[in-house]
Design a protein around this ligand. Structure first.
Ligand code: ATP
Ligand code: LTN
Length: 333
């Protein structure tokens, strides 16, 4: 069967992947790969925009690659590779930087959040500012149509579209103009300890998230400790009951059952019973991912072969795009 469109996305190797990353992004990667040309990248160059300990950075990069595969990304269906193995990414990022107004970078929400409270001259590194241009390069090199991401990344995709259109109008059609692909219900899974902020692997407490590799007891303990709202009804209402609604969203996504169905099941039950069942559901759904992951850790050589093969395949596409870009701009190639 001919695959329809091109899908590209990336995840940073910056810590423990959590169910927010899975529901907001990785699960979409898995679903999309069968009907679309798919390219999934471990974006290690993005991770170093915040300080990394070398050994942890190394481990985390392989961990994300193994979790991709453990979650169901099939290297026979998709190209899976490490960003720094394809030097075209940083090269195109440099070119795009020369066309990016500084103001566009400074107004990005992620930039503002990550640099809040720091004076520009002292604490703000240029890599954080230029982060979206590297992300745009990642996407544009593959003539991407669709970028599956969580809601926090939509602004960066808009920025990528702006750069693609700008280049195309200056030099003639060179890049596909991509669109964000966001799953409405799972685009922004909130923190378990604070339902006003998104679940985040950089949260100060690990009670904020359920890691994809958390043990059954960790899952039980974290769900038991998760914030709830006043009252005792298990009801979906994001304004009046943000914490319970977040837990219902997680339940609903893993059970593949609508919110209304869950409300019905727990109509005469309390938070305690609901939380117990949610913990058991998560344990059951994460078990096959954890098993596959464990198997892969015993086969690191095979994982590296997949990644090197992925990089070779990715470069066939990215080198073609980059050559077109340079030729159109007048580089001697
Ligand atoms: P974090 O804030 O957790 O440190 P991140 O968003 O900076 O992570 P990645 O780990 O690279 O960076 O994100 C991978 C994917 O997961 C992205 O598409 C992102 O939008 C998505 N994602 C991250 N957090 C959530 C969440 N809480 N809910 C839904 N999707 C999310
Ligand atoms: N910025 C993204 C990670 C990322 C990405 C990409 C996502 C880097 N390059 C290209 C989609 C497409 C994040 O923080 N989640």
């Amino acid at each position: 069967m001919k695959k329809k469109q091109t899908v590209f996305s990336g995840v940073q190797p910056t810590g423990v992947l959590h169910i927010g990353n899975y529901l907001g992004a990785i699960r979409q990667f898995v679903d999309l790969q069968y009907t679309n040309e798919s390219v999934f990248c471990v974006v290690d160059h993005h991770a170093i925009t915040v300080p990394q300990v070398p050994e942890e950075f190394h481990e985390n990069t392989l961990k994300v690659a193994m979790l991709y595969i453990a979650c169901g990304i099939d290297p026979k269906e998709s190209i899976v590779f490490i960003q720094s193995h394809s030097t075209e990414h940083t090269e195109l990022a440099w070119i795009l930087n020369t066309m990016t107004p500084l103001g566009e970078l400074e107004r990005m929400t992620q930039f503002k959040e990550k640099t809040e409270g720091r004076t520009k001259k002292e604490g703000v590194l240029a890599g954080i500012l230029n982060y979206p241009t590297l992300m745009a390069a990642d996407i544009l090199l593959y003539q991407t149509d669709i970028v599956p991401v969580g809601e926090d990344q939509v602004q960066h995709i808009e920025f990528t579209r702006m750069l693609a259109e700008k280049f195309n109008s200056r030099y003639g059609r060179t890049f596909s103009v991509p669109e964000a692909y966001v799953q409405r219900d799972t685009a922004r899974i909130m923190g378990l300890d604070d339902a006003s902020k998104k679940m985040s692997k950089s949260a100060p407490s690990s009670n904020n998230y359920i890691g994809l590799l958390d043990s059954p007891n960790e899952i039980r303990q974290k769900i038991a400790a998760a914030a709830t709202d006043s009252g005792k009804e298990v009801q979906y209402n994001k304004i009046k009951k943000p914490a319970i609604s977040n837990l219902i969203e997680i339940y609903s996504a893993f059970a593949e059952s609508p919110h209304s169905e869950i409300e019905k099941i727990y109509k005469d039950k309390n938070y305690y019973e609901f939380k117990n069942d949610l913990a058991e559901l998560l344990i059951k759904k994460l078990a096959p991912i954890q098993e596959k992951y464990k198997e892969l850790t015993k086969n690191k050589k095979q994982v590296l072969e997949i990644l090197y093969g992925g990089s070779r395949k990715s470069r066939i596409i990215s080198q073609t795009t980059l050559s077109q870009v340079k030729e159109k701009m007048g580089y001697v190639i």
